[in-house]
Design a binder for this molecule. Structure first.
Ligand SMILES: [Fe+2]
Ligand SMILES: [Fe+2]
Length: 360
């Protein structure tokens, strides 16, 4: 059997890792063993080892050729040398072929590794070759390294920890959010009150479920738009208004409750580098609606109004959204209009009245 060792910080595991592991497993017809490293001290933040393992478990679910080995995590050593890990694997599986997967950037430094020569004899070194990446051919020849060809799949763990990249398995993102891991979640918890945090998590979850049951592409985008939709809500009203005047001046005469949707879109871009137009628009009009809403906008609008922690029985409305989001949106909109009128809330603002006129 071919066993491929894939060591790394996996803090957290992301689509770049999964992609590399898939390519290696296929090229060598082997099983991949993820070996998370013990130490990873980032400037921003790092996850406890139990969380790293749980995220790996979520990421490899359904990949029957992927496994996790916690040898390095539990080794008790300050620094783990690859040579020790390989000796451990060799001992554990004496009859099998051991491969050691490294990134293209590690190829150039390989001669500096502890017992590099011996290492390359015990295990075959394979490396993931990306187009446009300079490789030290001398090392490739000397240590008889085998290239695995792959596409340019550049994913940054730093950006993922900062919630500035969605290039990770869906369930891993949910885990990060639910457990408030890494610097991005620290920021989110700083700008939103605890009450708001539970609301946005609930909106995110519902928006994701609606996207899944409607077979929509990239459901994680719906989740993330839901998570960020109220970013502007807990900052002082004067600050919200200032953002509206500076960046959305055509809307500065709207009632006060609407300021936060514009501030939210502005902050989603500034704090979390959201550039996707549909996501930004969905945040920008989630409270008022408008006369020209895309499906993501309709889903975030609806999920915000009917998420289960709102305190009323919204199960029929949720079912309608899951069944057909376009049709469900009209039903939610109608229910919301009745609610606003019943509670003597004004629906006279320009955006909301145009929204009702367009869709009801
Ligand atoms: Fe809101
Ligand atoms: Fe909200």
């Amino acid at each position: 059997m071919n066993r491929i060792i894939f060591g790394g910080a996996f803090d957290p595991v992301h689509n770049g890792h999964i992609n590399m592991a898939e390519k290696a497993a296929k090229a060598l017809d082997g099983d991949v063993f993820f070996l998370p490293a013990r130490i990873s001290v980032w400037k921003d933040s790092s996850a406890p080892r139990e969380d790293k393992i749980k995220m790996l478990e979520l990421a490899i679910k359904g990949h029957k050729h992927f496994h996790i080995d916690d040898y390095e995590l539990n080794s008790g050593e300050e620094i783990n040398y690859s040579i020790d890990t390989i000796r451990y694997m060799k001992e554990k599986y004496p009859k099998d072929n051991i491969f050691y997967l490294i990134g293209a950037d590690q190829v150039n430094e390989f001669h500096r590794w502890k017992e590099a020569e011996e290492l390359s004899k015990l295990a075959k070194i394979i490396f993931y070759k990306r187009p446009g990446h300079q490789i030290n051919d001398e090392n490739v020849k000397k240590y008889q390294m085998i290239p695995i060809l792959g596409d340019d799949y550049d994913v940054s763990s730093t950006k993922i920890r900062e919630l500035k990249s969605l290039e990770l398995p869906d369930e891993v993102l949910f885990y990060i959010v639910e457990n408030n891991l890494y610097s991005g979640m620290v920021e989110l918890n700083r700008i939103l009150t605890p009450h708001r945090i539970s609301h946005v998590k609930s909106v995110a979850k519902l928006a994701y479920e609606i996207a899944i049951s409607n077979n929509l592409d990239k459901p994680l985008k719906y989740y993330f738009a839901g998570l960020l939709h109220d970013l502007g809500k807990d900052i002082p009203l004067e600050e919200q208004y200032k953002i509206v005047c500076e960046h959305f001046s055509e809307y500065k005469n709207l009632p006060k409750f609407a300021y936060h949707q514009f501030a939210g879109a502005y902050l989603a871009n500034k704090m979390f580098e959201v550039k996707d137009k549909d996501m930004l628009e969905a945040i920008e009009f989630h409270a008022t609606g408008n006369s020209n809403m895309k499906l993501m906008g309709k889903i975030i609008y609806a999920a915000d109004k009917i998420e289960p922690t709102r305190g009323f029985d919204s199960s029929d409305l949720i079912a309608a959204m899951k069944n057909n989001a376009e049709e469900g949106f009209k039903i939610v909109l109608k229910a919301n209009k009745e609610f606003l009128l019943d509670h003597n809330k004004s629906i006279e603002n320009d955006l909301t009245s145009k929204c009702f006129k367009q869709y009801l």
